[in-house]
Every structure is written in structure tokens, then in C-alpha cells.
Design a protein around this ligand. Sequence first.
Ligand SMILES: [Fe+2]
Length: 738
Amino acid sequence: MLKRRDFLRATLATLGAAALPGCGDEGGQSTSTTPPTTTPPRTVENGEAFFPQWTASGDPRPTSVILWTRVVDPDKPGADLDLELEVALDDKFEQLLTVNGEERLTLKAEAAYDNCVKVRIRGEASTTYYYRFVYAKDGKFFASPKGRTKTAPAEDADVAVRFAFVSCQDFIGRYYNSLFALTSVELDFFVHLGDYVYETTGDPSFQTPDSTRKLTFGDQAGAITLKTAKGETYQAARTLDNYRDLYRTYRSDPALQMLHGRAPMIAIWDDHEFSDDSWGAHGTYTDGREDELDVERRKAANQAWFEYMPVDYPDDPDFRYDPAKSFPGDIRIHRDFTFGKHVHLVMTDLRTHRPDHQIPEDAFPGAVAFDQAALAALPGGVPASATPYVEVETYANGLYKGVLTQAAPIVGYDPQKVTGKINAIYINTIVASINASPMAPNPPIPTIDLADPSLERGISFFDLNKLSPYSGIGARNFVHKDAFDVYSKIRFEADPKTQDVMGEAQEKWFLDTMTGSTSTWKIWGNEFCLVPIQIDLRMVPGIPALLQRRFYMGLDAWDGFREKRDELLGKLAPLGNVVAITGDIHAFFAGTPWVSGDPTKKIVEFVTSAVSSGTFRELLVSQVASDPILSTVPAAPQLAMNIDALLSDAASAVNPHLAHAESTKHGLCVVDVGPTELVVTMHAIASEEVKIDYTSNTGTLSDKFSSIRFKAVAGESELYKELDGAWKRWDPETFAWV
Ligand SMILES: [Fe+2]
């Protein structure tokens, strides 16, 4: 048990004038009053073996940046280790700066924090610094790989800014070749929008370990063992050591190390830093079969992230992770940055404070969520998406109560849930499968006449596309749009907290920060898609009637918080020059999310694909194959393969706000921001390329990237694409670049 004082505390250090004589450029402003002492140069050897996770820097501000490393000495397991930090103005470390008035800053890498070390150095704005850590052993000095970092420009500096944004870097069976697109790009910093690590060792639905890209937890007993429907087992992190194992492994990747060595990072979370499709301290592995609240697990994830990531706590002079604090007060992920007068980067945390997904995964599909009386009270009355239901205890003298109760163990739902108002179509589906089974009664059980005008109509979970009693499909994924729009609105009006994605305090901070910003561009670092991602299968022939509907692809993202999204977009759009940068979905998208029903209130959004994690299309194909119902629909695999055509379908016009969809490639985005334009270059690489190890052959990678450019223009909220050297505007009315 850690004591109150045992938190990871970063050393604070102030850079001063160059320490060695004859260094030319004085570089930093010295705050030290005593002249630096000068010692003879010493021989420093390559110490990579002592620094298996290399070095990293992050959270650059005009006067500070965080430096990070972890040191390991196999001869001293479990010991605190002494380190020295050197900071210079050149990569040969000839123009050394003083650190707290000394040539080198002595640090202690404590075993209690996995021998991770963080330093917040104070220096000059817009300055490139080189840094390395030195470990002394047996009279020799071993240097970490050197890193380069850069402080932010002063808030009033009229300078252009270039940064990259990335997300989703699954390590298992995959290589970070996408990151090599940045080898020749000079960046001020890069943004990581989350899924920096994935918490599982080999979830068969998307991870296939190979001989080198695999992970085995050291603390086997502490990890969660999970089982697929087919009986395959894999593990998920649960303990602090498990989560540390993730960072130790992921940070061993040479491409990621190269990127960290070149530029500081600004990182937020998505779900996999803790648990797939998580909310707060809840996992969702069992789709509602078990209560997956696990605060201890979430705090382990928080601490490992804080130890391993070069993140700052801006409001906390002590700069600490304190495990004695209770969740969620133990961590603050949302924070903002300025880079000169043109860039205000506002990073949000959409996982820690959010409520549960709107549709319970364990809902009984037949249960009616909103009955006729509730729907009749809506301004438009009972909507077309409502379907008939019966009072199961009394209708047909309770016939269907008996039928559904008997079918419960076979279908897999709780018989106690067969009560009250039950959807008639769902009842008929169960009856039809009983009548078609070898145990079919004779005569067969009659079905309910759905055309009976005396039946009341409501919105049941079955109407939302919840086909199985415990499932993500119909709850978090692939949900019937028309029914959900009604369901979501009623719930929001009854209790806005059902969509409180940021939590009250963060939302206030976010809106205050965006509204108060005086920067040219207000860039929202946003975890998951703002643009609605919908498909329209109403005109697709050869699929069951239940699928001939419009669907949301994922309600884990902003589509699951429609009314809150409208509220926020309504406040952001008038600010002008608001651009969201987004990850999570493993696809490249660009569009202009707007307030439902009012396309004039919009912002511009750019979505980057995954560095390495299975593409959106691959995940859909896998979901279809593993779902007990969708896998029986012959047309479903092909529909999943054609996802981009469905998303961009001009005939159905289902996504007018979505100008670009590329769901089959990996890569990243580079952003060039100036006073009049914000240009985004999407660098894409084919999906098969992330399964190949190019580490010793990176030269051949440059030919494998394709790039396209988009831009936003100051004073507008329009999206442009570069086509044959000319910039064309997206026209949502005609579905064309004009
Ligand atoms: Fe991801």
C-alpha cells in the first residue's frame, strides 16, 4: 500500500546558460546567480540497453516541457537508480546548458514508479533542446538515446505551426510503419488521440500475435482472462504491473521511439488505455452479464499512464500522480495548449466522466423502452419507427408469457424479464423459431397479427436492433437510427446527465476555454467522431426486412450523445475557426459536423486512421462474422466490405456532412496552421503493410504512402480538398467537391 507521500513527483529544473566554455550561442536565459562550474568532458558510452523504452518528451509550453525516461539495471532489480540529465542546444551535446545551475541534474529513478523519471524543464519559448540521461555503472557512463524536443512559441508570436496527429497503435501482430511517414517531416509536436496501448494480449476479434509482436503479462495471476464465444482465451490488463507491461512493450517499438526522439507529444486517452469501450471505471467485455466496475483496475491504468507518458499536470505545482486520491479525482487528462497566436489546442477526456452507453447491453430485446403513452406526448406524436407490443401477462390469456418463459434458457435471456409490455415482432420471431424447430408443437403456436389496429405501439430494444439478450450489437454498435433518435431524445429531455460525456466541470472548462480563446484557430483534440457515421440499407435488396433500415455504426462515439453534440456544436459554431481533430475509428474521415437540422451551425473535423490497429472495414467484417445473427445474413459480409461506398452514398444522402471516407488504410495526419489556412495532409498506407516488419528496411517504405490534402480557411466553416492542384469546396447539397 502506497503512503500519501509516495507519489511520483517530477523534478522541476530550470535551464541556464551554456555550461562549457567556447559554446557560442548562449541559448537560454540563465536564472542561476552562481556561474556554472566546468568539469572536464567525460567519455560517455552507448547505454541503450539501460534505457529499453528510450526517451520521450511532452506537453510543450512556451516556458516548459516534460522530459521522460526509464532506466533498468538487470544487476539491481527493485533498486532505486541514480541518473543524470544533460540538456544541450546541439545534438552532439557540445553546447550544454546548466540545469538548476549545474552541468547535470541528478535524479532518482525510483523502483516504486518502475524506475520512470520525469522532469519538467523550464526554458525559453520556441527553442529546440537536445537531452539525454546518463547512468553510471562500474566507473563508466552510459547515455540514453538522445531526444530532441521543442518548447512552444510565445502566446503572441505570429508563427506558423506544424504538428501531426495519430491514434490507435495496436502492437499485437502489427508494426508502426505508418510512423515512418514522419521521418522527414519537421514537427513542432505531435498529438496522440488515444489507444496508445491496447489492454489485451490477443483478442481474437482483432489481434493476432506473431513471433515478435506479442505480449505476455509478467503478473499472470493479476490479469483478467477472457474467453470468446468459440472458447478462445486471452488476457486483459488489470494490475499496475500489467498496465506497465503494456507501456514497456509498446515503447520498445523503434518507429515509436524514433517519433518520441524527434518531437514532444501531447496525449489524451481513448478507451484501450483502460478497457475496450469503457466508461469511467467500467469495462464492457461481458456485454452486461457481469458488473464490470473495477476502480482499482482503472487506477492502475491511470498510474501506469502517468508514469510512462510525458504528461504534465498544468495546475499542480507538485506535478504528481497520487494514488491515495480516489477516482476520478486522481487524474486529469483534459488540458489546453497555445502555440503562438494562431493555435489554441484544447484536449478533452471523453472517457473518465461519461455515463454508461445509452442502450443497456443486457436489455431484454423484447422489452419496451417507451410505450405509446410516452411517444404520444412527443411533438410529432407516435413516430413511424414505433412497432406493436402486447401486455404479455394478459394478451391471449398469457400464451406468450408461457412461450417466452420456456424459450428463455434456449435463447439466453432471464425469464424474469418476460413481463409487462413486450414487442410483438420479437414475440413472433421467437414463436417462428420454435415452430421451425424439431420440438415444434402441433398445431404450431399462432403468431400475433401485427396489423391488428388495437395493438399499441412503442419503441422496444428490438426496434433499436437489439437482437440478442447480451450484445454490443444493437447497444453500442449497429443501432437502428430512426428508433434511436427518438429513444435518445426522450432520455435526454428526462435527464441530460444521460449524455454528460465530459462531466459538468470539464464541459464548463471546455466551453469557457474555447469561448475565451483569442487564437486564430481553436483546435479541439477530440477522442471519437463528431460527424454522424450512418448507413442506409433501406433500398438494399436481398436482406431481411429488419436490416432494411438506417443504422448508426457506433454509439460509443458522439452518435451516442446526439443531443449533447448538438448543444456543444451550437455553442462552438459561432466562435468561428473551430476545427476538431479526431481518432478512434480506424478510418480517415473529413467533414463538417453540424447541429441536427441546421447545417449552417457547423465546424470542420478531420479524423485520422489508426497507426496500426485493424482498419474500420476489417473490424466490421470481423464483427459480422462473429455475430450470431448477422453472420447468418448472406449479404452482410459484402455490405461490410463496401462500407466506404455506403457511407458516401449520394443516392441515400445519409451522410451529407461526411465529405471523405477511407476505411481501408492506416496512417496519420500532418497539420500546417497559419493565419489564414489550416491544411491537413493525410498520409495513408495499405492495410497489409502494417503486418510486415520494415525495421531493417525502412527506405522502401516511402513509396508505399499516398497523400491527400484538405484545408479549412479562416473565417469560414467549409472544407476543401486539393484535386489536381486546385482547392475544391465540399458541397453537402450535391455531394460533390465544387
Ligand atoms: Fe483504437
